[in-house]
Design a protein around this ligand. Structure first.
Ligand SMILES: Nc1ncnc2c1ncn2[C@@H]1O[C@H](COP(=O)(O)OP(=O)(O)OP(=O)(O)O)[C@@H](O)[C@H]1O
Length: 555
């Protein structure tokens, strides 16, 4: 076993471990029900051939076995339903927590549609298999107990039933293998489908504008993936029905052989009828086990996908949930020889740095440079979202201790150019709501948006207006350092001016350290320092000397 498959195996066990007790309990109860069913058949056969009137003991035994049989399968079913629901909840929470704790760079490498497919489709598939577990437990117990009864009736009949079942098992194993191979392709096609579903909503505008793109997405990519899944699943289902029919048909063959050979075998009628009864009854549970195999195969593939994702994010900084005390930042933050390398799998990628940079508390720094010069990458490093490939970050001259990344990140609030707009306030106390209302007024959107139950009443706004809401979130967080990535780019000229000359000035007056990515050279003079990046390096640094205040004119 390779290291990776060991990891996946270990991860699968870890994910399923909390559910062993309930699985075991449901299986034991189901097995009791199954054994009671087989016993019941034996009792019925005995009573039919006893030639005597039923005794109270027989009636009592019959009723007890009926009760055990029905209650056993009912309780096993309930147990497994609870297990299935808990499993869905636990897997979703566990994987989400790992995704939350994962470093941004690793998350960026995973495609979001793949994560969505694991969180929805794979989790559902695994839990569907657990719902079916009770059925398997009961069926398996019936089959085993039936075989014990057959052995008790006659070794020869037992051997005949064993051969028939063995053949059925082989047929089903072959079908299962074929399905398992196909299901890997089904899962890949499911990822493709998720990707195209995303395009349907996120690319709605582009798809309406371009007939060629629309037909490529719908007729080729989406339909292609959907058809591939249909074809593979239809083939697999066909295979399974053939396997199922063949294996259950074998039971009829066994019953036929018994009926034909009953005289030459010199077996009592009670033995023959008991065997026929059991063989015909066991056909159902055997079929149920065989029919459940595709679900089990799918669950195995899906569990492997869940475990792979979970293992990928296993060794991450879990301090996101540890709530370490916040870091103090009194004087400066320094990037010392910091580098970041996008190179992966030997392919050369963009390299930022080495960067040596000190940001002083209370200063306003503008970051400028052409597209792809590395501004956002530098910001992600500075904000602790990327771990430097080389070099270190110092807060007030002290290197950031290991495990303090999340505490460090709490020093910043930011509006990224690809920001996500949350529609609720993190803290919705009276003071925060009052502040938010104040800002809605100042940002001239109070006529559109109000705060209701700690939420913005709407986020269906223009691009520039939505960005104003993102700014309110950043303001309410009240962190010492604020970063704006081309915030003003989507604002009209008046608001752009208000942002640079009033909002930034006010935040600076409050003592905030401001980092502003900007292309608005009309306002560069408002910074304390302007840094220019090119090809991942700081190529220019200009300290802005404030113009001396002009003396009032003498009359
Ligand atoms: N996730 C990523 N994986 C690989 N390379 C990346 C990734 N993100 C950015 N890059 C590369 O890093 C370079 C710098 O990107 P970055 O986003 O930092 O530039 P920028 O100066 O912010 O550009 P813009 O002004 O267009 O936003 C780009 O040339 C890009 O190829």
């Amino acid at each position: 076993m390779t290291d990776q498959s060991m990891n996946i195996y270990r991860e699968s066990l870890r994910l399923l471990r909390p559910f062993w007790p309930i699985t075991l309990a449901a299986t034991i109860v189901g097995a009791i029900g199954g054994i009671a069913t087989a016993w019941l058949l034996a009792e019925i056969n005995r009573d039919l051939h006893s030639g005597q009137a039923l005794t109270w003991q027989s009636i009592l035994r019959f009723l007890t076995l009926c009760l055990l049989s029905t209650l056993g399968s009912a309780f096993a079913g309930i147990g497994n339903s609870i297990l299935g629901q808990r499993l869905i909840g636990a897997l979703r929470k566990d994987i989400s927590a790992r995704i939350l704790a994962a470093p941004l760079a690793e998350l960026e490498q995973q495609r979001s549609y793949r994560l969505m497919a694991v969180l929805t489709s794979d989790v559902d598939t695994v839990s569907a298999a657990t719902f079916a577990l009770s059925g398997y437990g009961v069926s398996l117990a019936i089959v085993i107990a039936s075989f014990v009864y057959l052995l008790h009736l006659s070794a020869l009949i037992f051997a005949l039933a064993a051969v028939v079942t063995g053949l059925g098992v082989v047929i089903n194993i072959l079908a299962r293998r074929a399905w398992q191979r196909d299901y890997e392709h089904v899962r890949t096609a499911t990822d493709d489908l998720q990707k195209q579903f995303r395009a349907l909503t996120e690319g709605a505008k582009e798809l309406r504008l371009s007939r060629a793109r629309r037909s490529r997405v719908h007729d080729l990519l989406l339909s292609g993936a959907a058809d591939r899944i249909t074809k593979l699943k239809t083939r697999a289902m066909g295979l399974f029905w053939i396997a199922d029919t063949a294996s259950s048909g074998l039971f009829f063959v066994a019953v036929g052989i018994l009926l034909l050979a009953q005289n030459s075998l010199h077996l009592e009628p009670a033995v023959i009828s008991g065997a026929v009864l059991v063989l015909l009854y066991a056909r159902g549970p055997v079929g149920q086990i065989a029919n459940g195999l595709p679900t089990m195969s799918q669950a195995q593939v899906s569990l492997r996908r869940i475990a792979t994702l979970s293992a990928d994010f296993a060794d991450q900084d879990r301090e996101i949930h540890r709530r370490l005390p916040s870091l103090a930042f009194d004087h400066d933050i320094t990037l010392r020889g910091v580098r970041y390398d996008f190179t992966s799998d030997g392919a050369t990628g963009f390299v930022l740095g080495p960067i040596d940079l000190t940001i002083h508390r209370g200063e306003t720094m503008f970051l400028i440079g052409g597209n792809g010069s590395g501004k956002t990458t530098l910001i992600k490093l500075l904000l602790g979202l990327y771990r430097p490939t080389a070099g270190s970050i110092l807060v007030d001259g002290t290197p950031l201790p290991a495990g303090a990344e999340d505490a460090y990140r709490q020093l910043f609030s930011a509006v990224f150019s690809d920001y996500f707009l949350f529609d609720d306030l993190t803290v919705a106390d009276k003071a925060s709501v009052a502040q938010a209302n104040d800002w809605l007024d100042r940002l001239e959107i109070s006529h559109k948006v109000t705060i209701r139950d700690g939420q913005f009443s709407t986020t269906d706004l223009s691009t520039g207006q939505r960005k104003r809401l993102a700014l309110i979130h950043a303001y309410l967080e009240d962190r010492p350092i604020m970063m704006f990535d081309e915030w003003a780019a989507d604002q009209d000229p008046t608001f752009r001016r208000i942002f640079y000359t009033e909002i930034l000035a006010e935040l600076k007056a409050q003592g905030k350290t401001l980092i502003v990515i900007s292309h608005d050279d009309r306002y560069f003079h408002l910074a304390d320092r302007v840094l220019k990046l090119d090809s991942g390096l700081i190529v220019d640094e200009t300290t802005i000397v404030p113009a001396p205040a002009t003396a009032p004119e003498m009359r």
